[in-house]
Design a binder for this molecule. Structure first.
Ligand code: TRP
Length: 363
């Protein structure tokens, strides 16, 4: 197959990454990286976007840039194959956003469902920072600057991709084929689309204390799993239990693989058999939680170890990111040149224009 896909994705550095990020996107990125079926792959830390709703707390963003970089490396992203960079260091992205702003209406931004819910979540109502309101436009710049074809991300990013595609189509319609329409690559398993918190609530959040972080110790992970929300109606072992909305089973859907049964729970052939027993009754929560814990520890242990390893040389990580920024900036600058040429604002490289104007004025 011809190698021409360009893969790009990023995360806001507002906290350490958790297992929701892992099944929602990180795991997929490693698979993509390892499959090698692409011409370029970029993963970036969206610090400028994080500032759009944290402008009074830049220290939080600054601290989490390195946390996210460590999480990336710990998960197995390899700077030898993937360009890792920091959004704010690429000024071309601002320039692109500035022109894209003319291609989007205020009412279109107001209809963006992700922006809508985020505004509600943050109680912005009428005091929305303009930068926050327009971040879908800046995200379109992030994506198109690198001519990304494929954006591995969670379901919540779909409206951003839709908006980016509209900007691309409008730009290309007005100025001629210049930009590339990106496509989202969603997790293929429903449980991974939006992994609930350990308390069964829809979203993992720091303030709810219902997240499991990639960097968490084995003991903390085990404690959170043993306290997880299951089926409140499943009181005694012999009672029939519900799978739907049962967080332990949702996590098993997201994390378990057939070989885990052989290793940790050989009396069942697969997840279907385990679920059937739970539904019938006679299977206790503790046994299922212990199984989940074994799987989670197996998954997280190498990540934890690598994170520890990488954290021994922090200056080397900043240096790696600096080099990544250089590579990314060169790519973004090429696109910006093409954009300016298409928009006819490349006055000084356009000899024909200068000659034509000279002639018009009789010189
Ligand atoms: N909005 C994404 C998030 O909240 C981060 C992001 C910024 C991004 N620019 C992007 C993701 C471009 C994919 C592509 O995590």
């Amino acid at each position: 197959m011809e190698k021409k896909r360009i893969i790009l994705t990023g995360d806001r550095p507002t906290g350490r990454l958790h297992i929701g990020h892992y099944v929602g996107s990180l795991r997929r990125r490693i698979e993509l990286q390892d499959a090698g079926d692409y011409s370029k792959m970029f993963v970036f830390i969206a610090d400028a976007q994080a500032l759009t709703d944290n402008i009074d707390n830049p220290e939080k963003v600054r601290q989490n840039v390195i946390e996210v970089a460590l999480d990336y490396l710990a998960c197995g992203l390899d700077p030898g194959r993937v360009t890792l960079f920091i959004q704010s260091q690429i000024p071309e992205l601002c320039e692109l956003s500035f022109y894209y702003m003319d291609l989007v209406t205020v009412s279109r931004l107001q209809r963006n469902p992700t922006v809508k819910t985020e505004i509600q979540m943050r109680n912005f109502e009428t005091s929305i920072p303009v930068g926050f309101f327009t971040y879908p436009i800046s995200q379109a710049a992030d994506i198109t600057a690198f001519k990304a074809t494929t954006v591995p991300a969670g379901e919540d990013q779909e409206p951003m991709l839709e908006q980016a595609r509209e900007i691309v189509r409008r730009f290309n319609y007005i100025y001629g084929e210049t930009l590339v329409e990106p496509e989202i690559l969603l997790p293929d398993n429903a449980a991974c689309l939006r992994l609930p918190g350990t308390d069964g609530k829809a979203k993992m959040s720091k303030s709810l204390g219902n997240s499991i972080y990639l960097a968490e110790t084995a003991d903390e992970v085990q404690k959170k799993i043993m306290n997880m929300y299951t089926d409140p109606g499943h009181l005694r072992v012999q009672d029939p239990g519900k799978i739907e909305g049962n967080t332990v089973f949702t996590y098993l859907d997201a994390f378990s693989r057939p070989e885990h049964f052989g290793r940790y729970l050989p009396e069942y052939v697969d997840l279907e058999e385990l679920k059937a027993h739970y539904r019938r009754g006679g299977l206790g929560d503790v046994k299922v939680k212990r199984f989940l814990n074994a799987i989670m520890q197996e998954t997280l242990e190498p990540i934890r170890e690598r994170r520890k390893e990488f954290s021994r040389d922090i200056p080397a990580i900043y240096e790696m990111l600096r080099k990544g920024c250089e590579v990314a900036q060169a790519a973004a600058a090429d696109t910006l040149d093409e954009v300016k040429r298409a928009m006819k604002i490349n006055y000084f490289d356009d000899k024909e224009l200068i000659e034509e104007q000279a002639k018009r004025f009789g010189n």
